[in-house]
Design a protein around this ligand. Structure first.
Ligand code: BG6
Length: 508
């Protein structure tokens, strides 16, 4: 198969080549793009890090990683033998100018060998403190090059707060044009997340309902069963609001709330998302108390296994005040959404892993049926399930078969696995391919990131100034702290969860 869309010869330079992200996501994604015929014939992957390794040693490490993490399973010998000669390793100290000199020498050597100019994608899969020095080092090597050929991909976290995000944007803007900067939010690469735009803007039937006249409230819930594990070093300075809500959940919210773009070009789409973030109501300190709640997990049992509380995780601060759960009630102050609450929640060590958007419609204006016919009466709801179930369900009332008139809630379901035989690509495959194609639609623009920080700053500031006195306040395997139930129950709603499927039940 050859899908490669005439992608130019490409060199990937992966900073953090020996790190976890490359092992689990980047190399498996590149390998699967290769298997599916998306990579150009002339490509090279240069992993770089401080560990001394030969090309052969690095290839052996990556093969083990592929065998463990690739969605296509263990690498087949024939495919690996074709892929692996494209992989190289360079030991480097990113603080030294010599590192960048070596990359550019390698790039020139590839260009000579291929007899063609190459695009170069620098992927910064390293801790954020290295972003400035690497970005500057790269930029100095490419002052004379066509900017469209040099791209820089930046992993999250993009800043720690509004001020640091602004500073990073400013620094990048000194060396790169916006069209060269690819800020990753891997949720945007997920198949089910991309489908939100298709569902909304390729179908006419939803738009007349997609506003405050028909929609009562929206919930966006990303719960994870996993704890922070050995990531406390990063997580303790971050917390659920920074780690998940500022980026992934707000991006999902933008996709639900955005106006129809004029076309599917990256700036048009991103303009409409920024409009949403700009329209979102900023909180006063008093409003933070009413609209945002937090939690931290204590010990518990998950699937028969005892798990520690957050403060007892490896290398954790035993008095940590970091939130591992956050829930916020937002409003989008514009004509479409005035008065419609958007509840978002995310947490670690929750009862189940599920990412779900639930859009609840208003009730019928008048019920014609006697009360006993509708014991399980439920307002219409559209449920977009992002993972692990990949589906869209419209929940409607229907007559239960029988001689009497009894109403039931039933689901009209579009299920990916039932509809498509092919396995969905991983988010990183989509995003790496888009970076090669020069398509920034699924990447964060600088102003988007800053608006999202601006929105969450009052919450972060308020929480920082007011340490929680009752952490841990939810146990592992629960649905989060009671305050989160209260946040939504006050308005007469409850958090929506999908019923377990029969094979999930066996696991639970
Ligand atoms: C990352 C967060 O961005 O997203 C992690 O840093 C989180 O804390 C992860 O676990 C969730 O991603 P996914 O794709 O597993 O839902």
């Amino acid at each position: 198969m050859n899908n490669n869309h005439n992608i130019k010869p490409t060199v990937f330079v992966i900073f953090g080549g020996t790190g976890d992200l490359n092992a689990r996501k980047l190399s498996p994604a590149l390998y699967n793009l290769f298997l599916d015929g998306w990579l150009p014939e002339q490509f090279a992957i240069i992993g770089t890090g401080r560990t001394k390794l030969t090309d052969a040693e690095f290839r052996t490490i990556l093969l083990a990683d592929l065998n463990e993490f690739s969605r296509s399973g263990k690498a087949k010998k024939e495919a690996w033998d074709k892929f692996s000669p494209h992989i190289y390793y360079q030991v480097s100290d990113v603080k030294m100018p010599a590192a960048y000199e070596e990359f550019s020498q390698r790039l020139s050597a590839f260009e000579q060998e291929w007899n063609a100019p190459a695009n170069v994608i620098y992927y910064l899969a390293v801790a954020p403190e290295f972003f400035p020095i690497i970005a500057t080092g790269i930029a100095q090597r490419h002052t004379k090059d066509d900017p469209t050929r040099v791209r820089i991909v930046i992993e999250k976290p993009f800043g720690h707060d509004l001020e640091s995000a602004r500073a990073l944007n400013k620094l990048l803007a000194q060396s790169f044009q916006e069209c060269q900067i690819y800020r990753i939010d891997h949720y945007l690469g997920k198949e089910t997340v991309q489908n939100i735009m298709a569902f909304r803007f390729a179908n006419a039937i939803m738009e007349p309902l997609w506003n405050r006249n028909s929609i009562e409230h929206v919930q966006i819930s990303v719960t994870e069963q996993l704890g922070v594990g050995d990531r406390t070093g990063y997580y303790d300075g971050s917390g659920a609001l920074r780690d998940m809500i500022q980026n992934h959940l707000l991006q999902l919210l933008c996709l639900v709330a955005m106006e129809p773009p004029v076309n599917f070009t990256s700036d048009e789409v991103r303009n409409r998302k920024v409009d949403v973030l700009r329209a979102m109501r900023r909180f006063t300190p008093e409003e933070v108390r009413e609209s945002a709640v937090r939690g931290q997990y204590g010990a518990g049992w998950i699937e028969g296994k005892e798990v520690p509380g957050y403060r007892e995780e490896k290398d954790a601060n035993p008095a940590s005040n970091t939130e591992t759960f956050a829930a916020v009630k937002f409003f989008v102050d514009n004509w479409r959404w005035q008065g419609v609450p958007f509840y978002v929640r995310t947490g670690k060590r929750m009862h189940r892993s599920a990412s779900i958007i639930s859009i609840q419609f208003k009730d019928v204006p008048h019920v014609i049926f006697p009360p006993e016919t509708g014991e399980s009466w439920q307002q219409n709801r559209l449920v977009i399930s992002i993972q692990p179930e990949m589906s869209i369900r419209l929940q409607v009332q229907a007559k239960r078969p029988g001689l009497d008139m009894m109403l039931n809630t039933v689901d009209m379901v579009f299920d990916y696995h039932g509809t498509y035989a092919a396995e969905a690509p991983e988010a990183y495959e989509t995003l790496l391919l888009d970076a090669m194609l020069g398509d920034q639609t699924l990447f964060m623009r600088g102003d988007q990131v800053e608006e999202a920080w601006d929105l969450v700053m009052p919450i972060l500031n308020s929480w920082q100034g007011r340490p929680s006195l009752n952490f841990p306040n939810y146990s592992a395997d629960s649905w989060g702290p009671e305050v989160a139930e209260a946040l939504i129950a006050r308005d007469g709603f409850h958090w929506f969860t999908l019923p377990l499927k029969s094979n999930d039940k066996k696991k639970a």
